[in-house]
Design a protein around this ligand. Structure first.
Ligand code: SF4
Length: 256
């Protein structure tokens, strides 16, 4: 049965966040340097409201968020990110591994802690919480060191449902998130997982994005599948066919 992506984000939030003495805490399972964007320090959080069949996270992190990771305050995450960035001489930070916008208070407090440190923060999101939570995008607009990358799961409702197992309407929420970010004047761009899409469906998506903003349509990033062994196994089990994908060690430089 397809699931409701909004309800699932709200349910997951209850598992991976809690209120502590310093505000909302969230579960993370590691902080690491990563090769993307030319080098970026990444805190991997636990929990996402989608179940993308191509997602690189392990089945345990994806399916058993209650059993993975530990709760951290925003301050601790900010300290972890900046101290590793200093050590690795990198100036880009992000939260990945799950959906960073789950736990709004936690994320905003994290950005507050990073404000003025001189680092740039890439907010990689599926956009669903930005679409359903009134005022979220306006809150992000206060942080001019943040750039939001909305990762679209396929090019249309049908592909979204096929790739995530969620109700197809969720795709419109992803586009709504882009609209709200543009309206709130938050720096952002769309990425699209296009490995399962025909050129025709990609063209139709570009037309839809153009209606939100011609600039965004010009800035669409094409995301391709990375064939980690557990991802290949998952895709086989869902009988999902893809047009393009790279072995982890053969990702072309323009995709990194
Ligand atoms: S939205 Fe991102 S983190 Fe969530 S399941 Fe999909 S690929 Fe994984």
């Amino acid at each position: 049965m397809p699931y409701d992506p909004v309800k699932r984000h709200i349910a997951i939030e209850k598992l991976v966040t809690r209120i502590g003495s310093e505000g909302q805490e969230k579960k993370y399972y590691r902080i690491r340097p990563a090769r993307w964007y030319g080098g970026i320090i990444t805190a991997d959080c636990v929990g996402c409201g989608l179940l993308c069949r191509f997602c690189w996270v392990s089945d345990t992190v994806m399916r058993r968020p209650a059993d993975v990771g530990d709760f951290f305050t925003s301050k601790k995450v900010a300290e972890g990110l900046t101290s590793l960035a200093k050590k690795c001489k990198l100036d880009l930070l992000r939260v990945s591994g799950g959906e960073p916008t789950i736990g709004k208070q936690h994320l905003l407090a994290l950005l507050e802690n990073l404000q003025g440190t001189g680092y740039r923060f890439i907010l990689e999101t599926n956009g669903i919480p930005l679409a359903y939570d009134e005022g979220y995008t306006e809150s992000l607009a206060k942080y001019n060191f943040v750039h939001v990358r909305v990762s679209l799961k396929g090019c249309n409702e049908k592909e979204f449902a096929l790739l995530t197992g969620a109700k197809p309407e969720g795709f419109k929420l992803q586009l709504k998130a882009l609209q709200k970010l543009v309206d709130a004047k938050v720096s952002c761009h769309p990425a699209v997982m296009a490995s399962f899409s025909t050129k025709k469906s990609l063209q139709s998506l570009l037309q839809r994005i153009r209606q939100i903003s011609p600039k965004l349509a010009d800035e669409v990033e094409i995301e391709e599948l990375i064939l980690y062994p557990h991802v290949v196994r998952r895709l086989r089990s869902y009988k999902l066919k893809y047009y393009m994908g790279y072995a982890p060690e053969r990702v072309p430089p323009e995709q990194v």
